[in-house]
Design a protein around this ligand. Structure first.
Ligand SMILES: [Zn+2]
Length: 140
C-alpha cells in the first residue's frame, strides 16, 4: 500500500474541480482528472457523446491538455469519479498514459473519503511503450 501524501491530496483537489465540469448527460458518471507535469497542473473531465463510442475520458483529456502545453513526461495523475470506491483509469487510459511515463504515480478517489495511490506500472504491467518500436527498427 503506497502512502498518501499532501501532494496527492492537492492533486486530487484539482481533479475534483475538473469533475464539476464533466459533461455526462447519458451515464451521469462524472470523472475529473489532473496531471502534474514539470510543476504545472493540467485538468480534464469526461465528455460524453450521443454516439457513445465518441465519448472521451477525463484522463485522456488532461493528457492532451498537457501535451498541448509541451509536456511529454507526467509525474502523476489524479482521477476522481462518482463511484463510492476510488475510480480507477480504464484500460484504454492506462495504455494512453504509459506513453508519458509508465511509472507515474496514480492517485484515485471517489465520492467518499477513501483515497488509493498506486503507480501506473502496477495498474498496467508490461505496457506496450516506445521501446518495442525501437527494437523493431533496430532489427531491420
Ligand atoms: Zn479512460
Amino acid at each position: 500500500m503506497t502512502e498518501i501524501t499532501q501532494a496527492d491530496l492537492a492533486l486530487l483537489a484539482f481533479a475534483r474541480e475538473a469533475q464539476d465540469k464533466a459533461y455526462a448527460p447519458y451515464s451521469g458518471f462524472r470523472v475529473g482528472a489532473a496531471i502534474f507535469a514539470d510543476g504545472e497542473i493540467y485538468q480534464g473531465c469526461n465528455v460524453e457523446n450521443a454516439a457513445y463510442g465518441s465519448t472521451m475520458c477525463a484522463e485522456r483529456g488532461a493528457a492532451m491538455s498537457a501535451v498541448l502545453a509541451g509536456k511529454t513526461y507526467f509525474d502523476a495523475i489524479a482521477v476522481v469519479g462518482d463511484s463510492e470506491d476510488p475510480t480507477v483509469p480504464c484500460g484504454c487510459c492506462r495504455q494512453f498514459l504509459a506513453e508519458f511515463n509508465p511509472e507515474m504515480r496514480v492517485v484515485m478517489g471517489g465520492r467518499l473519503d477513501h483515497v488509493q495511490v498506486s503507480s501506473l506500472d502496477q495498474l498496467l504491467p508490461d505496457a506496450f511503450v516506445r521501446g518495442y518500436l525501437d527494437q523493431e527498427a533496430a532489427a531491420q
